[in-house]
Design a binder for this molecule. Structure first.
Ligand code: HMG
Ligand code: MG
Length: 298
């Protein structure tokens, strides 16, 4: 049986926009986040406090967080790779910080310039600081279903990082298909392996749609009991350190599917579609959401 409720984490303003070549003005990002919150998304990744040399697009994260009209009950999250990022997230009043590691050594080096073991040491300080300040802590694990540099990733390698993130005190752990190579059978295998290490109810699915598998992978994950999913409005995004990766599964498509299954999300489809059309207009292209475009054009 499928879960009755799903928590959707909107990652478009972060995972989506981090990948845009042209600078997206802070006002546009703010309007996008406000529209997504108004649409009922309970958790929005709105910021990333990383090196502006590595990801210039996220340099306005502080400005975005500070000028946002916050909606009561909505959690605004920020990526924090180290203490410098954490200090910035704290100053910007982030409700949740995200430490992001990888199940692949090669990707860890390319993305955050250190090994998996070194990353866990950096995260330890961030985790402690988050606890001391009463900020929710989430862990993200890239390349859980395959790596652009190493290819296949063993479920044991994912389980190992899940254990480390658990031991750091993560309140939630994201299992990410960074390059969208997973297929439903693999999804089930990986979640079954890691559910032995960490409560299934606190594991999420963060699926990119590069190979067109993201929606069916969500369905496979729902069947094994996963009830938290990440999605990106208008299918925005990719990852600067994973060549050719497309955005996450589009939020509009996920909401359309979950509505059809009678699974409650609290998200209003029409308003997410409007938010997707809004940001796509700003970026001067068509939304990468089949449901979004179908609804907008009917
Ligand atoms: P580094 O060069 O090894 O770090 O980078 P460092 O400590 O040696 O610092 C070097 C310079 O960066 C210094 O500045 C620091 O002050 C600065 P300089 O003295 O040269 O002027 N710096 C910072 N500035 C602002 N904020 C910070 C910060 N830290 C250092 N927090 C580091 C290490 C992690 C910082 C770097 O590699 C980095 O920023 N990487 C960004 C990676 C990234 O953002 N990737 C995309 C997000 S992850 C993702 O998309 C995957 C996900 O969606 C899941 C999935 O799909 O897989 C989450
Ligand atoms: Mg991602």
């Amino acid at each position: 049986t499928l879960p009755k409720h799903v928590k959707l984490v909107e990652v478009g303003p972060r995972d989506g926009l981090q990948n845009e070549k042209e600078t997206v003005p802070a006002e546009v990002k703010i309007e996008l986040v406000e529209r997504l919150a108004a649409a009922g998304l309970p958790n929005i990744e709105a910021a990333s406090f990383v090196s502006p040399k590595w990801v210039p697009q996220m340099a306005t994260s502080g400005e975005v967080m500070e000028n946002l009209r916050r909606r009561p009950g909505v959690l605004y999250s920020a990526l924090t790779p180290n203490m410098k990022g954490f200090e910035a997230a704290l100053a910007a009043r982030a409700d949740e910080v995200v430490i992001f590691g990888s199940a692949s050594e090669a990707f860890s080096q390319r993305n955050i310039n250190c090994s998996i073991a070194e990353s866990v040491e950096r995260f330890r300080d961030v985790a402690r600081a988050a606890k001391d300040n009463g900020i929710r802590l989430r862990g993200s694990i890239s390349c859980s279903f395959g790596c652009p540099y190493e290819g296949e990733i063993a479920p044991d390698a994912v389980a190992d990082v899940v254990r480390r993130m658990r031991d750091l005190g993560c309140d939630e752990i994201d299992i990410a298909d960074t390059i969208g190579v997973g297929t439903p059978g693999k999804i089930a295998t990986v979640y079954e392996a890691i559910a032995k290490e960490y409560p299934l109810g606190q594991l999420s699915g963060h699926f990119h749609d590069t190979y067109g598998q993201a929606l069916v992978n969500i369905y496979a994950a729902l069947q094994v009991g996963v009830s938290i999913f990440h999605a990106s409005v208008a299918g925005l995004g990719g990852c600067p350190y994973a060549k050719g990766a497309t955005g996450n599964v589009a939020t509009e498509d996920v909401v359309y599917m979950l509505d059809g299954l009678g699974i409650h999300t609290g998200v209003h489809l029409d308003q997410v579609v409007d938010a997707g059309q809004f940001i796509s207009r700003q970026l001067g292209r068509k939304a990468a959401s089949r449901a979004g475009n179908a609804i907008a054009n009917r």
